[in-house]
Design a protein around this ligand. Sequence first.
Ligand SMILES: Nc1ncnc2c1ncn2[C@@H]1O[C@H](COP(=O)(O)OP(=O)(O)OP(=O)(O)O)[C@@H](O)[C@H]1O
Length: 727
Amino acid sequence: MDDLLQNLNDQQKCAVTSPHPTLQVLAPPGSGKTKTLTARVAYLISKQGYKPWNIIVCTFTVKAAREMKERIRGIVGEELEKKLQLGTFHSIGRRFLVSYGHLIGIKKGFGIADSSDTKAIVKRIHKRLRSPLEAGKIASRISRAKAKKKRPAEFHGSKKIEEQDFARIYEEYEATLASSNLLDYDDILLRCVELLHNHPECVANVEAVLIDEFQDTNIVQYELMMLFAQHRQRITIVGDPDQSIYSFRSAEIENLNRMTKDLKDTLSIHLEQNYRSSAAILRCASKVIQQDANRIKKPLTATHCLGQRPVLRKLPSATDEAAWIVTEIKRIKTLAGSLFHHDDFAILLRSSALSLKIETALGKAGIPYRMVGGFRFFDRKEVRVLLDYLRVINQPNHNDALARVINEPPRKIGEATLRELLEEAENKKVSLWSLVFAIAQCRGNVRTKVSASALKGMQSFVNIILTCQSKIKRESDEIFSLVNLIGTIIDKIEFRSFLQKRGAGKDEGEDFEARWANVEELLAQATEISAIDALGLEFPDEDLLEQMETGPSPLEETLAQFLSNVALSSNAELKDADGEATKQVTISTLHGAKGLEWPVVFIAGVYDGSIPHSRADDTDEERRLLYVGMTRAQSLLYLSCPLNSSRESDSEHAVSPFLAVPELEPYCLQQGPSISMAIIEDLARILRRDCPSDRTVIDGALALERIEDDLYPLDGSRLGYQAMSWE
Ligand SMILES: Nc1ncnc2c1ncn2[C@@H]1O[C@H](COP(=O)(O)OP(=O)(O)OP(=O)(O)O)[C@@H](O)[C@H]1O
């Protein structure tokens, strides 16, 4: 018992031990809401004698569920923890439907239509009905309608033609799911509501219901919570209205008021102390959220010392921004002795499409990183295919790359043929390319038999590779750049229509637009590299000129350099010398960072159009999103804004209006802080870590060329050529 409550403050203890049946714990970021909820679950089991299988705990994400399980396991032990009904609303709902779905006519063995299935079904219906509606928006519109419990009939009744069109698609969509015995994500919740409404006996055992991140629940989830708890009405929720960032997914901030109306006896407990961030970070974040005049004010006190003011840094472009972030990570890590490791740093972005430049810069610097929620840029399927073509062009003997793309897009080269060819190549100690090349030319002694259609496929593949190779070599008269090369591959393999066709089926849940945006981002990166080459920013050494005339062409070099940078940044499972998993910098979207914390946080791309996002309807929600991001930081926070857009070199970005306000100026630094021993002591105190010794700090300072963040001008103006070089 003492252990359980030992590290809690009085308000938290009160929330954990309260005998009150319904509790709302409303509190600002970092005040220990999740910690309190976890402790309450453990308290109910170990001190109040609740059986874990009679307790339902809902979290917002699978990751949060995993973390909470771990924390609870640490207190009550694995055996009891395993018996808890703990997970997301969807996973708990699914479990009820598997056990009792037959009571409401759900057939055994139902499948789940994930978001890519849903999109594909909608797309087919849209095409068949020749609907005039914008195809890409229908799936989310259906989901919003379901979240608000609106059935197709309600739209049929509308006078608007547009709504009637929508009703038809919605209706057919429902029929398709039913005929395939599928439930989509919304159905899982809706059907569970139906089940528990009609068969309350399914939850007769439930003694307590606890909900994390309550501010982001929607109407259906609210109803489900009430149904879970219908027999004893013991509910504990924790949440923060200032962190409501999912209204686009129909989250209802109103649920907080609804709960106090529905359950009159609800006790509200407020936590006011922040245990996460330095006072300077909290002050700055508070200045941002306070711009929302309609929000309910609530106190938030820092438990940590003032620390360093957050940095609001202007950079000339997104490429410079990425390079600056890397330099700053290195500077802080080196100057602070052994205080920080790579996994103490997070880079948060409004959208994952912004990650490429940062991934490239980290890769070039050899800094390991991981992506939260979403593939690393270079691991995305469509990017990988193009990179594999580039690899084969650069180095035809790259067997793996060749094997991955020889039948991508499909060229009727079967898996068995490919396997046999690989075996033959291995036995003969030659490359796969040499066999494929010989087959395509109908010569040589290749043992593996290939069909006529596969032969044609191989000839077409070899042709593409040879054409591209000749274009990048010196003998070509054309002026060819990396971006032309990628463009040629895209044309030759008809990549656009291939992706379009793929988008119509099920493939890793991403639709064509998202995939094509990634291809464009790759092209933008290649354009930038080509521009730097064309400007001659990397002046060749006079002595090397002669050697270069006979060596690889400039484009061959650029290609090889580009691919080795990619390889550096794609090193997925890194291990250090002792076989331990390497500590990695985290890259995440702002949404994906919800509920998490890091000692040092960078929020990149804080410009108008990115945050608030140009397509976002709700500016207040965008501000809350920035607030969520800022309050993830424990000891250092950086906000950076590239002043020029990378795609259109003429267009300029303005700093996010949430940050470009005069009141915020005194709360921000314009450049990274100078690091002294006193500052390191402060940082260590905030992180509750041991302070590194003077010796390691001095060694760090000696190892660095620049000990201040002074490489880039503070006003975001451009640097001279030298510092801009791609190298
Ligand atoms: N009483 C306490 N004493 C010391 N540290 C605490 C205390 N309460 C919480 N913390 C620490 O503060 C940090 C934030 O806690 P937690 O994640 O539970 O907050 P939260 O309110 O859920 O945050 P957010 O809403 O921002 O996600 C964690 O590192 C946690 O261990």
